[in-house]
Design a binder for this molecule. Structure first.
Ligand SMILES: [Zn+2]
Length: 194
């Protein structure tokens, strides 16, 4: 276990060790570099991924997990490109990705009730961040992990619409018989009939 020094992280509201804060600041630095001046579409996930390779804005030439799924669903190819080129393409499209908790969940608290509680506790801070700072034209809820909080998110005053897939966050990968990325792309292009 890492020791905490009584600090609460301003990115996630969890009790934070020095390492936790250092990782948070590192992610913030990577992310800020590719933040569009005017955000068109804000993709909203639940938590920053545990693994750095799953974190969209991490340097290095490997995209895995959530980062790879999002890029794939958007049709942004990563083959043969440096991470910087991929990040720039994402930024130029007016896209930005953030999470309700800007850090991974700490410790073993992955029980559904605890996850839901952690997400809900951060919603007021999220609403303020979106309304005052990020100011996107629209928010698209993505990833299954966000599902426990999605009904509360649509009730927040974010100053812009929240796009959902039939009342749920958009999933980014196909599941049995459903072309999920297609619905995601239709909503993104504004051609969804839902
Ligand atoms: Zn944190």
């Amino acid at each position: 276990m890492t020791s905490t020094n009584g600090l609460v992280c301003d990115g996630c509201g969890q009790m934070a060790s020095a390492e936790h804060i250092a990782r948070r600041l590192q992610r913030l630095e990577w992310t800020t570099r590719y933040r569009p001046v005017h955000i068109n579409t804000l993709f909203l996930g639940a938590f920053s991924p545990q693994d750095q390779k799953d974190f969209l804005y991490a340097p290095g030439d490997e995209f895995q997990g959530e980062a790879a799924q999002l890029l794939d669903a958007l049709g942004i190819s990563i083959a043969g490109k440096a991470a910087d080129a991929v990040h720039s393409e994402f930024q130029r499209a007016g896209f930005f990705l953030t999470h309700v908790l800007e850090c991974p969940m700490e410790g073993a608290s992955t029980l559904p009730a605890e996850v839901q509680g952690a997400l809900k506790a951060r919603l007021p801070a999220l609403a303020t961040r979106i309304r005052r700072s990020l100011k996107p034209k629209r928010v698209m809820a993505v990833t299954e992990a966000l599902a426990p909080a999605v009904e509360d998110i649509v009730r927040l005053d974010l100053g812009c619409p929240v796009l959902l897939d039939r009342g749920k966050p958009f999933r980014l990968v196909n599941s049995a018989g459903e072309n999920v990325p297609e619905r995601f792309r239709e909503a993104l292009a504004g051609t969804s009939k839902n």
